[in-house]
Design a protein around this ligand. Structure first.
Ligand SMILES: Nc1nc2c(ncn2[C@@H]2O[C@H](COP(=O)(O)OP(=O)(O)OP(=O)(O)O)[C@@H](O)[C@H]2O)c(=O)[nH]1
Length: 570
């Protein structure tokens, strides 16, 4: 008998700790195997460094209950604000989810967003209150909050301490008794849902699959519904929690496969695999992902470009959510453009680099309409911070701002604030501001909300009348003056004076938004050296030549490369 489930929770509510307890309780791991403070499922180094679960890790356990043996597949989902997409795809492989809420903190922004994803997928939800060992825990109040927020009956809420292990057995029992088994048939043609993948230097792509129907064996010839590409399966097995090869993956089972798949990008998350010659209906809802947040990266020393590119490509091999292309800029030299994935929306033309943004001609554009990606944001804060949070949303161009109370526990009651924000506003410092202006109390989450018509323009900077390509910006009409003035000032500060006067201008179309003038100066490095110190003079001239090499030219203006870095860093 099989049960496929996930633990869904806001960050730090104890998902990894509970997962470890379940693995221990079922004898999948022993306490000895665990390092101090290192949760088994939090494998990747980046996770340890940042203290958050980034990549979903999956584990199978065997448990006997009332004389029956169960195979439990725990599909670990990331609990961080940036990974809603990964949560959604992992949940597609489950029939149930443990909704874990910290009994000291209560319902938080991600508790709500992951709950909704789980409900939309029709999963059975098992509500669990964690950390009841802490003196500050308020299980009754938080259970009432779960009732008003999710309509959950407080009687169904299981109270536990994942730390001490108290109550965890009841969770295990609820998984077996409340979650339905997967509906899978051994006779139907093979249908396997691909929900995660990782990259192994020796074996290539290792994909995690949930077998919806049929049996998957080593040597099988399979094909992808999305790409039509064919592969030979070289290994199948269970995650126990390390990979453990088996002879087959039976209907309803979750496990890993390796095949002759060379690149992570071929393992499309949400894809359906079938046997060659036996096509099946793919799982619904599959959307190829497309980058929506972009960053250009350049090495400080242009000789390091190859090293940079190699490292970035290595990252992209293991992380499908990063797209890499080459980019070159006159000011910064050769670099890479990284795109970070979100679900693709079919729109006319997507501009991923300010340089490609349509030029304004006279007072208008040649394009009909400019749209920008927006998100629906939810912020949960104690009532006293509501005003501050609303101001913050408005200052980041928030629209449709609305709020409602989550509970009614007097002055400490908490509010959920929702609004529509441009994606470009939240990828910079919105989160930091949110945390500081709410004294760390606000929790935040967002989901894709499509595109909205927006009054955006391309601002470019001219040095002596010539554009600096690396510094094109997309700005909203309301911020033109402020941004233009600030950047022109920054440039004025970092660009060394030249032997002629240099106007620095911020322009949009033909409109000059801001201007500063760099006054002329003759860089005579030998001026202070009197007499016949010929060698000293030559040394200075050579030094000057050396530093000239690191200069970039924009029109006839010489710029040290560091000038760009100090501007871009500021
Ligand atoms: N007192 C107490 N602390 C707990 C309990 N469960 C987890 N913790 C602690 O809470 C912190 C967060 O727990 P994790 O299990 O790492 O939380 P998580 O939800 O997996 O966090 P992310 O992986 O970052 O999303 C850790 O310091 C745990 O030791 C509990 O029942 N009681």
């Amino acid at each position: 008998m099989i049960r496929n489930f996930s633990v869904i929770a806001h960050i730090d509510h104890g998902k990894s700790t509970l997962s470890d307890r379940l693995l221990e309780l079922t004898g999948t791991i022993t306490k000895r195997e665990k390092g101090v403070n290192a949760q088994v499922l939090d494998k990747l180094k980046v996770e340890r460094e940042r203290g958050i679960t980034v990549k979903a890790q999956t584990a199978s356990m065997v448990h006997t209950f009332e004389g029956s043996r169960y195979l439990l597949n725990l599909i670990d989902t990331p609990g961080h604000v940036d990974f809603a997409w990964e949560v959604s795809r992992s949940l597609a492989a489950c029939q149930g989810a443990l909704l874990l809420v910290d009994a000291t903190q209560g319902v938080q922004a991600q508790s709500i967003s992951v709950y909704h994803i789980a409900r939309e997928r029709g999963l059975t939800i098992i509500p669990v209150l964690n950390k009841i060992d802490l003196p500050a825990s308020q299980p009754e109040i938080i259970a009432a909050q779960m009732q008003s927020t999710f309509g959950i009956d407080p009687k169904d809420v299981i109270q536990i301490s994942a730390k001490t292990g108290k109550g965890v057995e009841k969770v295990l029992e609820a998984i077996l008794t409340r979650i339905p088994p997967p509906r899978a048939s051994a006779e139907a043609p093979l249908r396997a849902f691909l929900f995660d993948s990782s990259y192994d230097r020796y074996r290539g792509v290792v994909s995690l699959v949930s077998v919806l129907d049929g049996v998957l064996r080593k040597g099988d010839k399979i094909a992808s519904c999305f790409t039509g590409k064919k592969y030979d399966i070289t290994e199948v097995g269970l995650m126990h929690p390390e990979e453990e090869p088996t002879s087959s993956l039976q209907p309803g089972q979750v496990g890993y496969i390796t095949c002759n798949m060379k690149e992570s990008s071929e393992a499309r998350i949400g894809d359906t695999l079938h046997r060659v010659g036996f096509p099946v209906e793919p799982m619904p809802g599959f959307k190829p992902a497309k980058a929506m947040v972009y960053a250009g990266i350049f090495p400080v020393d242009s000789n390091d470009f190859i090293k940079l590119e190699e490292s970035v490509k290595r990252l992209a091999l293991t992380d499908r959510s990063v797209e890499v292309t080459r980019e070159s800029s006159t000011a910064l030299g050769q670099g890479c453009r990284l795109g970070f994935l979100v679900v693709y929306r079919d729109r006319t033309a997507i501009v991923s680099n300010p340089t490609d943004f349509p030029e304004m001609v006279d007072s208008g554009y040649r394009v009909k309409e400019i749209l920008e990606p927006v998100v629906k944001a939810s912020i949960i804060v104690p009532q006293e911070y509501l005003g501050d949070m609303m101001d913050l949303c408005f200052s980041y161009r928030g629209e449709d701002v609305d709020h409602r109370f989550l509970d009614s526990s007097g002055s400490s009651s908490r509010v959920i604030l929702t609004c529509v924000l441009p994606l470009s506003e939240i990828v910079t410092d919105f989160f930091d501001k949110l945390k500081s202006r709410s004294s760390g109390f606000a929790s935040f989450d967002y989901e894709d909300a499509g595109y909205k018509t927006s009054n955006l323009s391309k601002m470019i900077f001219l040095l002596n009348g010539k554009p600096v390509d690396a510094l094109a910006l997309i700005v909203h009409r309301s911020a033109e003056q402020e941004v233009g003035r600030a950047w022109v000032k920054k440039l004025h500060k970092v660009i060394p004076r030249q032997i002629f006067e240099v106007p620095i201008q911020a322009v949009i179309g033909r409109r000059v938004i801001a201007r500063e003038t760099l006054s002329a100066y003759r860089a005579d490095v030998t001026a202070g050296l009197y007499g016949g110190h010929y060698e000293r003079k030559m040394k200075h001239l050579n030094n000057q030549k050396e530093s000239k090499k690191k200069m970039k030219r924009v029109g006839n203006v010489d710029l040290p490369q560091e000038a760009f870095y100090s501007i871009l860093k500021a």
